[in-house]
Design a protein around this ligand. Structure first.
Ligand code: E4P
Length: 222
């Protein structure tokens, strides 16, 4: 399973990269706005900085909602760096744009996916990744993980190549469940990635190992 970080924050991307487990980055217009990035030139400069930091796929989302606008914007984004993946919402013109990008050799991430029906359309249009939003599904009292499971089953039956990218991850348990239910990729906030490290027995065990080591060395040096 690939690990992406879900942020436009350069410090957090650097921290995740230093862990040595980072395969890519996803962003969206809200995450860019959170970093105070606005204006085409600044947005493109920021994407370039991320692409230079991380070797894997970097999702950059289009703002346009019409076919022509999405294609123009996507071409410009794809021109920033070889590892840019154009992120397109699952709307009617989005499907057309996905198919256009597929035909023209541009990688895509189909976003705002909340049903297996949408995921089938994304795969038919040749999307490189499809992003089901787990946390937002859970927020509405539905089960985000059963969506991943159903999508994975349908993709396997049909032999679709599109990779399932579990998005809207809220905690480290979500990551484990996404892995268990067949996600190819998870994109997570840094807090969820670091949350995977937490176990009280690890802390207690380490404290004891270090205390025993210290005691043994005090004894041998006397
Ligand atoms: C990433 O591709 C998505 O845009 C992101 O995971 C959405 O997360 P949120 O539901 O926490 O905003």
């Amino acid at each position: 399973m690939k690990f992406f970080i879900d942020t436009a924050n350069l410090e957090q991307i650097k921290e995740a990269k230093e862990l040595g487990i980072l395969d890519g980055v996803t962003t969206n217009p809200s995450l860019m706005a959170k970093e105070g990035i606005s204006g085409t030139a600044n947005v493109e400069r920021h994407y370039r900085a991320i692409c230079e930091m991380v070797d894997g796929d970097i999702s950059a989302e289009v703002i346009s909602t019409d076919f022509k606008g999405m294609v123009e914007e996507g071409k410009r984004l794809a021109g920033i760096a070889e590892n840019i993946v154009v992120k397109v919402p699952i709307i009617k013109d989005g499907v057309k744009a996905l198919a256009w990008f597929t035909e023209n050799g541009i990688s895509t991430n189909c976003t705002l996916v909340f049903s297996t029906a949408q995921a089938i359309l994304a795969a038919k249009a040749g999307a490189t990744y499809v992003s089901p939003f787990i946390g937002r599904v859970d927020d509405t009292n539905w089960d985000g993980m059963s969506l991943i499971r159903e999508m994975a089953e349908v993709y396997a039956i049909q032999g679709f190549d599109t990779e399932i990218l579990a998005a809207s991850i809220r905690n480290s348990r979500h990551i484990v469940q996404a892995a268990l239910n067949g996600a190819d990729v998870v994109t997570c906030p840094l807090s969820s990635i670091l949350g995977m490290l937490n176990h009280p027995l690890t802390n207690i065990g380490l404290e004891k190992f270090l205390a025993d080591h210290k005691k043994a060395n005090e004894v041998s040096s006397n």
